[in-house]
Design a protein around this ligand. Sequence first.
Ligand code: GCB
Length: 609
Amino acid sequence: ALQGGMLFPRDSPSREVKDVSGLWSFRADLSDNRNRGFEEQWFSRPLEETGPVIDMPVPSSYNDITQDAKIRDFVGWVWYEKEVLVPTRWIQDRGTRIVLRVGSAHYYSVLWVNGVQMTEHAGGHLPFEADISSVLRQSSGGPCRITIAVNNTLSLETLPPGTIQYMNDRTRYPSGYFVQNTNFDFFNYAGIHRSVLLYTTPAVHIDDITVQTTFSDNIGLVSYNVSVLGGSKAAVKVTLSAKDGRCVASSEGLSGVLKITDVNLWWPYLMHENPGYLYSMEVQAIAEDGQTDIYTLPVGVRTVQVTRSKFLINNKLFYFHGVNKHEDADIRGKGFDWPLVVKDFNLMKWMGANSFRTSHYPYAEEILQTADRHGIVIIDECPGVGIKDIRSFGNVSLAHHLTVMEELVRRDKNHPSVVMWSVANEPASEMPPAGLYFKELISHTKSLDSSRPVTFITDSNYARDQGAPYVDVVCVNSYFSWYHDPGHTELIRLQLSTQFDNWHGKYQKPIIQSEYGADAVPGLHSDPPMMFTEEYQRAVLQNYHSVFDQKRKEFVIGELIWNFADFMTAQTITRVVGNKKGVFTRQRQPKAGAFILRERYWRIANESG
Ligand code: GCB
């Protein structure tokens, strides 16, 4: 099990946050063995003393920042460095803990401060941090030189998995030539993708908070658990305030239940005139010497329930009409960017989308916080995409997958917007080892969080899928008239009805169409429709929709378009400068399909409202 919590760093009367993102020094290790940086210990001195450096913005993928294809397509270690100034009072006050936190870096990271290794982390989409107080105090107010080496190589033991293939035919490839293979189509953007923060806490500090909520009639119940580190005898006080600042409940002790009369529930938008309602839960940990740590967590009170044919939020029917996304945009790649986040939420609301799946990896915490506030529902997916090789079902891979789920639940457990966990996308779930693999993975996830349903997304045949017995909701991807029977939109209705009846007949579980769609190169037109035109994408959508409309009266509980926006992919003969299945372009302009969805989603919202 993991050590410690991973609370999102927030300012408070006892805590300070300093964002050290911005321009960093950067070098890709292009040496033949890809290992010169470690051999020459580039972390031990300022990076510019060991060779040439370039400017690299953080957060951002490094791939599209330069004009150099070698950097765009680089596989191996890249080195980031920044020297920052730490306030003297942080250093002088020995009761202050100073923590360095990386929101995410893809994929494997090693972190040094002033040449001393602080931590390493495997996984490109979840945060990691280190207490750097003592290293900083040793250099007594001197500089704080942060070095982060990041390696984007994917192997059978990483999530997502990949393989490195050495090309040994010397008539076609130079010696040492290799390529990175993956079983997913999105570009393997790399670098420091989210903010790097320094933050402080008192020595005795709130390490983690877990809340679970329910209600009965007008009474809301928030059960909480707090863990405090750095001193065993701290007293804990908890107060819950409404939006107007009025205290509605309070409690003492490391765990307890807060009772709210006349509770304002957290509702998805389109279901309530006051959606995304959040209380503020202020936790105080008071050490024996009187030093107090304060952390305030937003809390939404809501319930989630799955029946044989329905999905309920606060005991009301919830139908997912939403999108699959990617963290992807021009220039910055997968780097966090507020303008992009706010634009995407505005577009989702414009089209009446009430939900999205974080395909195919955990998104930035700021995105989940935005969804909490706006009342947009999330299926939170771990980076288990492209598990196709039978070796990826081995024990080492499973152990890592369990750890990643622990990290994901630890980070996202308190978000009311998150209503379901997805442990994987399109694994080879018909392979014999998949049964045991998904049984363990899903039961482990449920042991970490008993309050949310768990699923994985399948594209296997219903009769052969080994993982579906363990999911709460069956999520199916299909691309009728695209990867199967290309051009034949007239087959969609028959094939889709059969797909739904097969799955529901076998499992008696509710079903989400978790992907469907077609590529449309914006501006390409034809009537009658042909593949890759906007008209074709529209026709595929309309055919799918007519079947959704029949089946949502029965057991289909959601539809998520693939994809919200066009996104970059590896270069292959099936992709034209990226995947064009977006209903928006990569620059977030609508194609014809976006207007179809907008009409439809608002119509569905108005029916049920
Ligand atoms: C899928 C994958 C998704 C791809 C999509 C496509 O099934 O889950 O990651 O981008 O198909 O367009 O091929």
